[in-house]
Design a protein around this ligand. Structure first.
Ligand SMILES: [Zn+2]
Length: 470
């Protein structure tokens, strides 16, 4: 791997402990890490040189929650206008039953590609649909896509094992047995997991949600994860319906249920966590739990705004996630929306743009347990994005260009993304795959997928649910 020198960057938002901003500095990357940040660094022989003038450099963002396979169903009128979360899931489960490795592979090229283009360098995705009919190597297909694009990846081996006959929400044909799931954890960890610093791939374990997995699987998962130093992830306290369901099923609130399973600690992160009270937030902080907040998805679904500012005050680790069909898939849009929503919701804790950028980068890295990411400092991973501020979007914004990226910008596509010392987005385009081919392939697959599902269920997915047409 040759050295990479970015020269005379307009502004470097280091997001280090002092939130330093450096003007007119260079960044030298050697191998997997940032070697030096300074003025007029002499170019090492053979180094690739990038002109940083007119650009803002940010640490790579970290996406902490997603379901990339949902691209094919995200604009279906029947599900995009679902009545509530359980209605949305039940209609989707029947469609997702038709999933296969090619659908997963291409959706991952799309999801990971868009995240790279909006400045993400480490992505976590939670894939949890393993139909009884499908080839089970579906996480493997996502991993191949991440390698083909050159993005750092933290896939979660999701799972569902509590079917409707046991009181769960999913139908039997998209669930697996606890034993099969545990065996696949082992296969994936043995095949792919790389815990070393500057790793490109680590595996996390993620039984999907309280209403789709057994308590037995939750207990066995956390035990296996702790024996192998893995991170664990699940959905928690996303909707009021989940509160009601947990009260009926376990006689507990969702977070109390996690405590009862020992699913708390610095190796656990939850998605959403909107419905948590003050005492629970305090305990989450004491345990050092992590939260993947998904403001766009939560707002669109009408679920609410997660109390992340209070969580951070109490010691909870917080990052952002673009979350499947419910979000835009765009990390900068997620950060912008978070700022707007939290300014609207907060009484006396109006967040600053810098705090939102920090949650998007360093916060996410802490949530996933990748401490070598999230800030631009010597010794940190060679990951960053360069944003071209010489665009109409930012015209006149010469006083605080870093803040202007969170406050403005119709076009969130970065100029350059570098992962592990390698340029993977150049002039706003993916370097390692042909975007037009990916788009055409995704559209063709989407048509085939939904046609297949409609044939098997007899449903017309072009119709919006009844309540909204009355
Ligand atoms: Zn989710």
């Amino acid at each position: 791997m040759s050295d990479l020198l970015i020269q005379k960057i307009d502004v470097i938002a280091t997001l280090d402990d002092d939130a330093s901003e450096l003007h007119g500095y260079d960044i030298l990357m050697q191998g997997s890490m940032i070697k030096t940040i300074g003025r007029n660094i002499p170019p090492p022989p053979g180094a690739k040189i990038i002109d940083g003038r007119g650009k803002v450099a940010l640490p790579g963002f970290v996406n902490t929650h997603h379901h990339m396979y949902q691209i094919y169903t995200r604009d279906l009128p029947r599900t995009a206008n679902a009545l509530d979360i359980f209605d949305w899931l039940k209609v989707n489960y029947d469609i997702w039953h038709e999933i296969d490795p090619e659908l997963v592979y291409v959706s991952a090229l799309v999801g990971l590609g868009l995240l790279l283009k909006t400045g993400c360098t480490l992505v976590s995705d939670l894939f949890y649909v393993f139909p009884d009919t499908a080839d089970k190597k579906l996480i493997d297909a996502e991993i191949q896509a991440a390698k083909d694009l050159g993005v750092r990846f933290h896939p979660c081996r999701g799972a569902m094992s509590l079917d409707q006959s046991q009181g769960g929400i999913p139908p039997h044909n998209v669930t697996e047995t606890d034993e099969d799931i545990l065996l696949d954890y082992e296969r994936l960890v043995n095949t792919y997991h790389d815990p070393s610093p500057y790793s490109m791939l680590r595996i996390a374990l993620a039984p999907c949600s309280p209403f789709s997995v057994t308590s037995n699987l939750m207990r066995k998962t956390i035990k296996y994860a702790r024996e192998h130093s893995l991170q664990c992830h699940t959905h928690l306290a996303e909707a009021h319906l989940e509160d009601v369901w947990c009260a009926e099923m376990f006689g507990m609130r969702p977070f109390e249920y996690m405590e009862s399973l020992d699913w708390v600690g610095p190796d656990v992160w939850y998605a959403h966590s909107i419905y948590v009270n003050e005492k629970e937030i305090h305990r989450m902080g004491e345990y050092k739990c992590g939260v993947a907040s998904c403001p766009v998805c939560n707002a669109r679904a009408g679920h609410g705004i997660a109390p992340i500012l209070e969580m951070r005050k109490q010691g909870v680790r917080v990052g952002f996630g673009v979350d499947g069909a419910g979000g835009y898939g765009d990390m900068i849009a997620e950060i912008q929306t978070a700022l707007v929503l939290h300014r609207l919701a907060s009484k006396d804790m109006k967040p600053l743009t810098n705090e939102m950028l920090r949650i998007g980068s360093r916060g996410g890295a802490q949530v996933l347990g990748w401490e070598e990411l999230g800030s631009l400092e010597p010794g940190k991973a060679a990951d960053l994005s360069l944003i071209d501020t010489h665009q109409l979007d930012y015209a006149g914004c010469i006083h605080d260009p870093v803040a202007s990226i969170v406050l403005y910008g119709a076009n969130h596509i970065v100029d350059t993304t570098i992962v592990n010392g390698k340029v993977v987005v150049e002039k706003g385009r993916l370097v390692q795959v042909n975007e037009e081919e990916v788009i055409d392939r995704a559209n063709r697959l989407s048509k085939e997928f939904i046609t297949r599902a409609a044939k098997s269920t007899g449903m017309d997915y072009s119709l919006v649910p009844l309540r909204q047409t009355e």
